[in-house]
Design a protein around this ligand. Structure first.
Ligand SMILES: [Zn+2]
Length: 389
């Protein structure tokens, strides 16, 4: 008998609130999703608290829950997960900081937390310059993507409160506080001269300093196969999610045209999942960012379209492909809500869907309203439930 196959589908930030532009419906209610509707009718729907009480509603926290790891126990910060995505391994006496290239105005306001959206190569040249000028035995600069980079520093440097730069947009910057604040401020101040010199030498990077935040040590996550007894694969275009895959030793598959944007290669992700499962993986995670981006943009049409793309371009043929492989179970849920009207994440519980190809569940409707009366389960308990544990 063919071994059971498991799929985890993550439409990032898809949960929402009723929207006037959609006639008072949520995107999940408004979207035409015939395959999802059939799956919900034969499965089990409910509510999941993917963001534990008191934790920030980030994709790092929410996806850690979805992967079956309790963020209250395993989450140490956002930067160490991104560092893992870049292939960096931290020593126990080290921490990683997110190092944004940012633009701060002469009046001390955070003009652009994304530093004018530099190209990745141009930014890498600037980060190399920062490493040459400011790198020491203690701290090192590591290039990432666009404005998002990493600084590795001694553990003691983590002892500071740092405000995320996107929370300071168009506001006066807030300096770090705490015992290590002066060290961090010194690096951020010194970076201004380095970036000014780079601009003087013709660098197109308009950012005028770095901003350090999101720090933490490498989380000690048990490899997925040891924690759950199954081999897992993952496809995503998002560094944070890829980092979780690296830290749990999943097989992280790259798909051409996976962009993290509306135009992502839905079919490519679906086919990567089916190919991975056919090649021997027991479980595969398919993550698509488009729903979250539409939420941040407040674009209800793109959010509905992204859900319809999930249905037509992933789920329809995924179900057929899974049927051809044998028995399967599927879990679908977002890592947090990104309501269109708020344009940012919320920590509210989200709807989940569990389907077993062998047995019909109580059935339901996969919408926010459809699960409104359900008690919220801790998000990290769903992965073991998917596996029948
Ligand atoms: Zn997210």
């Amino acid at each position: 008998m063919a071994p059971m196959k498991y799929v985890v589908c993550v439409p990032d930030g898809c949960a929402d609130e009723p929207v006037a532009a959609l006639g008072g419906k949520t995107p999940l209610q408004a979207a035409h999703t015939p395959t999802l509707d059939v799956l919900a009718a034969r499965g089990e729907v409910g509510r999941a608290a993917v963001i534990p009480p008191g934790m920030p509603p980030g994709s790092d926290v929410g996806n850690m829950s979805i992967f079956g790891y309790d963020p209250a126990r395993f989450h140490t910060g956002r930067a160490p997960i991104e560092a893992a995505a870049l292939g960096l391994r931290l020593d126990p006496d080290q921490v990683a900081f997110r190092c944004n290239l940012v633009t701060v105005g002469d009046d001390g306001t955070m003009v652009d937390f994304a530093g004018g959206h530099p190209g990745t190569e141009d930014a890498a040249a600037v980060i190399a310059r920062l490493q040459a000028r400011l790198g020491t035995d203690e701290i090192t600069f590591h290039p990432g993507v666009q404005y998002r980079h990493i600084v590795v520093a001694p553990k003691a440097w983590a002892d500071a409160e740092c405000v995320p730069p996107h929370d300071l947009s168009d506001k006066p910057v807030v300096a770090p506080t705490g015992p290590a604040a002066s060290k961090l401020q010194a690096v951020m101040d010194a970076s201004r001269d380095v970036l000014a010199a780079a601009r003087a030498d013709g660098s197109p990077v308009t950012a005028n300093q770095v901003w350090l935040w999101g720090q933490g040590p490498q989380p000690q996550m048990t490899p997925f196969r040891d924690a759950f007894g199954v081999e897992a694969g993952l496809v995503t275009a998002v560094d944070l999610v890829r980092g979780l895959g690296v830290l749990t030793d999943m097989d992280v598959v790259e798909v051409e045209g996976a962009t993290g944007w509306y135009d992502t290669n839905y079919e490519g992700k679906r086919d990567a999942a089916l190919a991975g499962l056919e090649a021997g993986a027991d479980l595969f995670v398919v993550h698509v960012e488009a729903t979250d981006e539409a939420g941040h943009a407040g674009d209800h049409e793109e959010k509905v379209r992204a859900l319809e793309n999930w249905d037509r371009r992933i789920l329809a043929d995924l179900v057929d492909g899974l049927d051809a492989l044998g028995d399967w179970r599927l879990l679908l849920l977002p890592d947090h809500a990104t309501p269109l009207e708020l344009k940012t994440h919320t920590p509210d519980p989200v709807p989940y869907l569990l389907v077993d190809s062998r047995t019909d569940g109580p059935g339901g409707v996969y919408t926010e309203e459809g699960v409104a009366d359900a008690d919220a389960l801790p998000g990290h308990q769903l992965l073991p439930r998917l596996l029948g544990r």
